[in-house]
Write a protein that binds this ligand. Structure first.
Ligand SMILES: Cc1cc2nc3c(=O)[nH]c(=O)nc-3n(C[C@H](O)[C@H](O)[C@H](O)COP(=O)(O)OP(=O)(O)OC[C@H]3O[C@@H](n4cnc5c(N)ncnc54)[C@H](O)[C@@H]3O)c2cc1C
Length: 419
């Protein structure tokens, strides 16, 4: 998308005694795209930042996901009858901001992330589905998103690969996709260059609130150490509820296993993001030519003593794979001729209202969280806005934009927690 220069690549691989800070302005837990992006913003603003990541940057959902930049109201918000995506509509303002964030990200980071924003089609196959598309587009336009409903012939004119069974589509020009494997490491490199200390293979094991600050116990490859932090950002994805529990807080985030597949490489023919309004489907073609197929088909989480085991990848459900490929080949018939080269599972986090959680805990000032939701699409925006809150920079505006995602809406869960 743009001319790039290589950014310096230096991420600390282990604790180096003596070099480690024992006090920081901000401790970030989790080296996914949100944690690494927040570290970059905070370090650029002059904060002393330490980020701890138990594995490697991007090893969680940030590196496993479908890479869709979907700014239309998501299909999962349409599943509940009658609601027509009311919750999804509430994230429309964030989607508008995320479009701008993604459009400039490669230039700001100085690296290629294989960002392609060539438009996205959400397709329909019958009159009921078309009615949903139209009502959805009306709502999106009312929220300031630019989307048009086109008929099947126009959809095939723009996207000749679509099946004859597609009778309409909602087209949004800003939608697209990016390379999931690049994003968190790119933010980590930029954060390190800005002065953040990023410790990989380093795990937070204990977090104590001491009123005005926090005390964190951490274990790295060279042993355990303690860090004092004025502010803490929990950006630990699906593990975030466990980190919040260390601080004696309930955080209603629940793990869900999903399924993804990639075809062999084929000459480029699919420049768009393709989704289905009534079926679980996302499709796109990578820079290298593989077709990525996903859309929310479940995989099975392992359990130990009845508790979901987040240390193991979720197990593939063959029927999910079959269903996913069936929707894909029905929508874009030519993918049926391609060999599948890889199927994988990933685990992400959902909340009771399906909306993300981003902001400061009212019951524990100084503790922030950014997790849940479709945080590949919205992650860079969450990270920037939560960093603004942590910096007390344009705080009112950040609070306003993140109000829909504030942890305050689950505050009643923590009313009985002793301190
Ligand atoms: C299969 C799949 C497909 C998806 N598709 C899309 C999509 O197309 N578009 C979209 O917008 N979203 C998508 N998502 C969701 C998206 O991937 C996530 O919302 C996003 O990546 C979350 O980023 P994160 O930084 O919050 O968390 P993660 O990337 O999960 O990072 C959290 C990190 O915290 C670390 N951590 C945990 N506990 C500790 C600890 N105690 N100490 C230190 N580190 C710790 C973990 O190792 C991990 O690296 C998908 C998710 C999946 C699984």
């Amino acid at each position: 998308m743009s001319a790039r220069k290589a950014a310096p690549a230096f991420v600390k691989r282990s604790c180096r005694w003596g070099a480690l800070r024992t006090k920081v302005d901000a401790l970030i837990v989790g080296g996914g795209l949100i944690g690494c992006a927040a570290a970059w913003h905070l370090a650029l603003a002059g904060m002393e930042v330490m980020l701890v990541e138990q594995a490697s940057t991007g090893s969680g959902a940030s590196g496993q996901n479908a890479g869709s930049l979907h700014f239309q109201i998501e299909r999962r918000f349409l599943e509940r009858k009658g609601g027509l995506g009311l919750e999804g509509e509430q994230t429309a303002t964030l989607s508008r901001i995320a479009i701008d964030d993604w459009s400039t990200l490669e230039d700001r980071l100085g690296v290629s992330l294989h960002v392609h924003m060539n438009g996205g089609l959400m397709v329909a196959e019958n009159a009921d589905q078309v009615a949903i598309l139209k009502a959805k587009a009306d709502r999106e336009r009312a929220m300031g998103l630019s989307v048009e409903t086109i008929d099947g012939a126009e959809a095939r004119r723009r996207a000749p690969y679509l099946s004859e069974g597609i009778v309409a589509a909602n087209f949004m020009a800003a939608e697209g996709h990016a390379d999931t494997r690049k994003i968190a490491p790119a933010f980590a490199t930029a954060a390190t260059a800005a002065g953040a200390e990023i410790q990989i293979r380093t795990r937070l094991t204990k977090l104590e609130w001491q009123g005005a600050s926090f005390r964190a116990e951490i274990i790295g490859s060279e042993g355990a150490f303690t860090v004092g932090a004025k502010k803490v950002l929990v950006a630990a994805g699906v593990w975030s509820a466990r980190i919040a529990a260390m601080a004696n807080l309930h955080l209603p985030l629940f793990p869900v296993g999903l399924t993804m597949s990639a075809s062999e490489r084929t000459p480029h023919f699919l420049p768009h993001l393709v989704q289905h309004v009534a079926q679980r489907l996302s499709m796109k073609q990578t820079e290298a030519g593989n077709i990525l197929i996903g859309g929310g088909w479940p995989s099975r989480l392992h359990r130990v003593d009845g508790i979901f085991d987040l240390s193991r990848p979720a197990e593939l459900i063959i029927q999910s794979l079959r269903n996913n490929l069936s929707v894909a080949t029905k929508t874009v018939p030519r993918v049926a001729d391609l060999n599948l080269i890889r199927t994988w599972t990933g685990v992400t986090a959902v909340t009771p209202d399906q909306l993300p959680i981003a902001g400061e805990f009212p019951t524990m000032p100084g503790l922030f969280c950014a997790a849940g939701g479709s945080a590949f699409t919205l992650g860079p925006t969450f990270a920037r806005l939560v960093a603004d809150q942590m910096l007390e920079r344009e705080r009112d505006e950040a609070d306003r934009l993140l109000a829909v995602a504030s942890p305050a809406r689950f505050d009643s869960l923590n009313g009985f927690m002793g301190r």
